[in-house]
Design a protein around this ligand. Structure first.
Ligand code: HAM
Length: 426
């Protein structure tokens, strides 16, 4: 038997209703903040991620699905392509390519699958889904303002509340600007020198190439060492400090609670200043529902104009997992209101007509077949979870009234055709 590939999975009903519920709430909330949808390709040139996300990150160095694409002719240079591991680099590429800044298109979102070759576990897949949003624009449009950071974070709090997800925690940090980072890296190198020999092979490499990435380490034995290292928060220059203070002041004013986490550096190299994650206690080890931050130099690193930005990506798989534990999930998983059961030869057409009427009134209707015996119709209706079964037999059609049975209580009544909709809606 052929099975889904390791780390990939089928999203099945009824859970797909939760995915749709999430996506439509996202569209509603994002609309209120004037975000518009962009859809970028699933694969891009490898160089985009190497330059955007960073060669030394786990994502680029270990987790990408990359292949050499055949040229049109045998002699053509082969092009290295990669399934997108995240959406920000592609969106910023599109922003530059289509000069979206000139058109005032500075609030963009996209939803779709991403691919990372990580070790699969609960809440971690090789094909997973992100809902990604970015605010990006020329500095003259205020894209550097702490007001944007706070707006994005407040929007996320609103979205999670709207979805009925409680128990989330917003963790906030500032990773400073490139000059802070240079000073910090130097201090880190120094601090690592005497201890790095006791750390994992990845950390030994990071200590040389990109010491900040030591904070990505998940090896338990390394954690006590990492706890003793200096923190980026000690190296923020005055403008970065002021920016971070302003973000916190707005959040406090609008009533979005957060906690500061000076170990949070995020696993992608493009971040500057604000970095954040929303975690959820019920998720286990993979507890980040979403992550994001500011990336003031990314556009320029990709050859574009100065275009500071801030954004985030929600892990939709994890969001749906935390939703399953919330009360709002119950109302979403809608079962058929009524199962229409044609009884006897020639009754399919009459049943189809009735089903059409009921569906026009927004009822969820499932329809049987005239070859089914009554017992089979009842079994099918019960299996589908229908509230009512409506019997459409010759006698009912002649009388103009139909047997309507409540499958939960067993109560059965005869209802005239004209009253059917109202009766079921009640
Ligand atoms: P990220 O932290 O790599 O950030 O991913 C964001 C979220 O995607 C994570 O918090 C998690 O919920 C989900 N996620 C990541 N990897 C997996 C996986 N293997 N399985 C399931 N869920 C996963 C970014 O991707 C940035 N592009 C976010 C961003 C946008 N920053 C600025 N703009």
């Amino acid at each position: 038997m052929i099975k889904a590939v390791r780390g990939t999975r089928d999203l099945l009903p009824p859970e797909t209703a939760l995915w749709n519920f999430v996506e439509s709430a996202v569209r509603d909330v994002f609309r209120a903040y004037n975000f518009q949808e962009i859809r970028t390709p699933i694969f891009e040139s490898t160089e985009l991620f190497a330059r955007g996300v960073g060669e030394e990150t786990d994502i680029v160095s270990k987790e990408m699905y990359t292949w050499e694409d055949r040229g049109r002719a045998e002699s053509d240079k082969r092009q290295s392509l990669t399934l997108r591991p995240e959406a920000t680099a592609g969106i910023v590429r599109a922003y530059i390519e289509h000069k979206l800044g000139d058109r005032g298109l500075n609030k963009l979102y996209c939803m779709g699958p991403m691919f990372r070759r990580e070790r699969p576990q609960k809440g971690r897949y090789r094909q997973f889904y992100q809902i990604d949003a970015e605010v990006i624009g020329p500095p003259s449009a205020g894209s550097e303002s702490p007001a944007r950071d706070a707006e994005v974070l407040e929007m996320l709090a609103t979205l999670l509340d709207r979805l009925g997800i409680t128990g989330w925690n917003l963790e906030l940090n500032s990773v400073g600007c490139p000059s802070d980072r240079a000073k910090f890296n130097e201090a880190l190198r120094k601090a690592l020198e005497p201890v790095v020999g006791k750390m994992c092979a990845d950390c030994q490499r990071r200590a040389v190439t990109n010491p900040l990435r030591v904070f990505d380490c998940k090896v338990p034995e390394d954690q006590p060492i990492i706890d003793t290292l200096p923190r980026i928060s000690q190296f923020l220059d005055e403008p970065c400090r002021a920016h971070f203070d302003a973000v916190q002041a707005i959040l406090t004013k609008v009533g979005v609670r957060f906690s500061l986490n000076d170990r949070l550096v995020r696993g992608l190299d493009y971040y500057t200043r604000t970095a954040f994650e929303f975690t959820h206690g019920a998720l286990g080890a993979q507890n980040a529902i979403l992550g994001g931050g500011r990336y003031d130099g990314l556009s320029e690193a990709l050859g574009g104009p100065a275009a500071p930005g801030i954004g985030f990506a929600i892990g939709e798989d994890r969001l749906v997992m935390s939703l399953q534990q919330s009360a709002s999930a119950e109302g979403v998983l809608r079962k058929p209101d009524v199962y229409v059961a044609p009884l006897g030869a020639g009754m399919n057409s009459e049943a189809a007509r009735l089903a059409r009427e009921l569906r026009r009134h927004d009822l969820v209707v499932d329809l049987g077949d005239e070859t089914f015996r009554l017992k089979k119709s009842f079994e099918t209706a019960t299996k589908a979870g229908a509230k009512y079964i409506l019997i459409v037999g010759e006698n009912e059609v002649k009388a103009g009234a139909f047997a309507l049975k409540n499958l939960a209580t067993g109560e059965q009544v005869s209802v005239p055709r004209a009253e059917l909709t109202r009766r079921i809606q009640e």
